[in-house]
Design a protein around this ligand. Structure first.
Ligand code: DGJ
Length: 711
């Protein structure tokens, strides 16, 4: 709901309020973001900020007030939401309220992925700075059913000469004095999105930012500001999720008066954008969310929102096929016969989709060549992709293919024909990472080439799944702001291809989970979470990835033991257990399994088919935190509360250990539930409030999977 009452604008979600106030001078203040307020005298809120400081004069600078979209260089001297150097050469700005309008439906960003939904409403506020000759339009998408506000800004150069934009955050919020921490998700290849908590003392700018080209392995564009004592089920939490796949920043700083300013948007580091007269710049959308009850509520809010109002693929709302991918099974070393043997055995196990990974094109037998040469290597695959797909289909499996369309190998026909298509500066040799360069998607001819090549590939064979990889960070950017131009090109390519092939299931990937962000999810409903497929490493990765992203989007595979990334030995049961609550698959040479293992795989596949619908649509509760304990556990409860899937793993064996009671959430407390495995019956209230003691096998990495069904 959006209510404009005099000089106050009140946005309401299901349980949240977001309140702004327009001062007599036209400055836009941010009065409240948090729990829903129904009956409140807003007039008292505006003066409390200044009076709380003991100042008597109205003429005090904007510095003491909570700003809605803080400008640079006027009288708020904190960190700005935007900074633009005008035609006169200065960057001082004060944009004041002109008007606001309420629109039906979710208004989004023009050339970037964003939320959709007819049931939403959008508030559009226009601010103007007559002296700097610019206009700012602020957008707020509100859904009655969700505790989120999606914000973005459009900045327009109203002057008759160029202006230079060097900072353009999507959202800025000033929160009242409190004892806060910032929770962010950082890592590297193979250790993506580990969860960190940092106190926010006065004067330190704590910034979770990435400027490596994509959203990155190193820092995710999702962060939470929470009460210092907040946890999974307690405390105020303000969450910020950016729908963007390029360089990003989420920054928090407590000012001199204890007010916390949080900003999220495109990273100003390395950003600059020239606005010609009447040009506008649109920021990506920042989706902000509030919960009074800890991180769990935040996660469930984003999960539902992103599945229903961000992901455009119809696969977002459909069960995913159980797949087998050949990468860790064969790497580059395969023949058609070897692949078909894997597919045959996979079909026997009930697996539904066979995915051919890297190495099928050009002369690619290692990672040194051929990216860009998207024609089949007939030496390896004499029947071509079309022939192979047909043979795989005959076995009863769908066929899927790996591509890395944003890349170009210097050793490729494409590079020899178009050396100028690679991202590089005018005078320096570009840096190769994994022996490859990046195609310049800021150019429309290069985008068209990629669109046409991939479209042709998808039209010529029955390819029902695509794994879209991107294996390097961005160097040699030819100008400041290039990363944003590239990201816009990428979105154009992704949106054209995914719209042209709506039946294809697309999976995002970036050297594992290097681009796990809502921008990619808008086009591809699942993303490979990490190249680290070790079940124990995955506990942390998947636990913290689920803080923002739906479990159905987290691609998780059972791979060989010892694990290829860290050598750990785990049981097949533990490996599958850790992957069930995800987009589930196998990535190993199934022909090398023992008969016992193969029978176990058959059981697992049948089990997944039985639970995957409610895992996809249900509510996730994290039960045991692997960052703080020797256990990791989660639970998914079906929407109607009739079924619950529980996974728990005791990481290291401990003699005479005191295994904790596991308390479940989200069940019907008046109902009774039966454990499918043991037949034991429990009250919903007992499972939730008293809990059950779990027995784990006496070994390291012992996992249990339990399904409860309502009786
Ligand atoms: C990186 C991906 O994360 C892997 O799964 C695999 O597809 C390789 N690239 C292939 O080069």
């Amino acid at each position: 709901m959006i209510i404009k009452n005099g000089n106050t604008i009140h946005l309401q979600g299901r349980d949240i309020s977001y309140i702004m106030h327009i001062t007599d001078e036209g400055d836009l203040l941010n009065l409240h973001f948090g729990r829903k307020l129904e009956d409140f005298d807003y007039s008292s809120m505006t003066d409390e900020w200044r009076e709380g400081l003991g100042f008597a004069t109205n003429a005090f600078p904007l510095d003491v007030y909570p700003q809605e979209y803080p400008a640079y260089g006027y009288t708020d001297l904190r960190e700005p939401a935007y900074r633009i150097t005008n035609k006169y050469g200065d960057s001082v700005s004060r944009a004041r309220f002109v008007k606001c309008e309420i629109h039906e439906g979710a208004m989004g960003t023009a050339d970037m992925p964003c939320l959709f939904g007819k049931e939403a409403r959008t508030l559009e506020i226009t601010l103007q700075d007559d002296i700097s000759e610019l206009e700012i339009r602020l957008y707020y998408v509100v859904f009655d059913e969700y505790n989120i506000i999606a914000r973005h800004a459009v900045i327009v150069n109203k002057s008759d000469a160029d202006a230079e934009l060097t900072c353009a955050y999507s959202a800025s919020v000033d929160l009242p004095m409190g004892d806060y921490k910032m929770v962010h998700f950082a890592g590297t290849w193979g250790r993506e999105r580990e969860m960190f908590s940092t106190p926010l003392p006065q004067g330190l700018n704590v910034e979770a930012e990435n400027a490596r080209g994509g959203s990155g392995h190193q820092v995710n564009p999702f962060a939470m500001i929470a009460d210092a004592g907040a946890d999974e089920t307690h405390g105020n939490v303000y969450a910020f999720s950016l729908i963007y796949s390029g360089n990003h920043s989420t920054a928090a700083k407590v000012d001199q008066f204890g007010i916390l300013r949080v900003r999220q948007g495109i990273n100003p580091r390395g950003f600059s954008w020239t606005l010609k007269p009447n040009d506008s710049f649109c920021t990506p959308q920042s989706v902000i969310c509030f919960s009074q009850n800890g991180y769990g509520d935040i996660s469930r809010e984003y999960h539902k929102l992103y599945v229903n109002h961000l992901m455009r693929s119809k696969w977002a709302r459909k069960d995913r096929p159980v797949l087998i991918n050949n990468w860790e099974g064969t790497y580059f070393d395969f023949t058609e016969e070897k692949l078909l043997n894997i597919a045959r055995k996979a079909a026997e196990a009930g697996i539904e989709l066979f995915v051919l990974d890297d190495g099928w094109f050009g002369s690619r037998n290692d990672d040194k060549s051929s990216l860009g040469d998207w024609f089949v290597n007939k030496n390896k695959l004499p029947s071509g992709i079309d022939g192979l797909a047909k043979k795989v289909n005959t076995l009863g499996l769908k066929f899927g293919l790996w591509i890395e369309p944003e890349m170009i190998s210097p050793n490729s026909d494409l590079y020899r024909a178009h050396p100028g298509w690679a991202v590089k500066t005018a005078r320096r040799e570009p840096v190769e990472i994994r022996n490859q360069l990046i195609l310049d998607l800021s150019r429309s001819d290069v985008c068209d080439y990629v669109i046409n090549t991939i479209s042709k590939m998808l039209s010529e064979a029955n390819i029902e799944y695509i794994k879209w990889d991107m294996n390097r960070q961005m160097t040699d950017m030819p100008y400041e702001g290039f990363n944003h131009a590239y990201t816009l090109g990428l979105y154009k390519v992704m949106s054209t291809i995914t719209q042209s092939f709506p039946n294809v299931l697309f999976e995002g990937c970036s050297a594992g989970g290097g681009r796990f962000d809502p921008g990619i999810l808008a086009y591809m409903p699942q993303i490979w979470a990490s190249d680290n497929s070790d079940a124990v490493a995955r506990l942390k990765i998947q636990y913290s990835t689920s803080m923002c992203y739906p479990v159905s989007s987290i691609s998780a595979h059972v791979t060989a033991s010892p694990n290829h990334q860290c050598g750990r030995i785990t049981t097949l049961e533990t490996r599958a257990g850790a992957a069930y609550a995800g987009a589930f698959g196998y990535e190993l040479d199934i022909t090398k399994m023992t008969d016992t293992e193969f029978e176990e795989v058959k059981r697992q596949v049948e089990f997944v088919k039985n639970i995957r619908s409610f895992i996809r649509t249900g509510d996730l509760y994290r039960l045991q935190n692997p960052y703080e304990s020797n256990y990791c556990g989660w639970e998914v409860v079906s929407e109607d509360k009739s079924r619950a899937f529980v996974f728990t793993c005791k990481i290291l064996a401990v003699a005479q250990s005191k295994n904790p009671w596991l308390k479940l959430f989200g069940l019907d407390e008046k109902a009774r539930y039966r454990s499918v495995e043991t037949g034991e019956i429990y009250g919903g209230d007992m499972l939730m409030y008293r809990g059950i003691r779990i027995n784990y096998d006496m070994r390291d990495f012992a996992a249990r999977v339990i399904v409860f069904e309502k009786i």
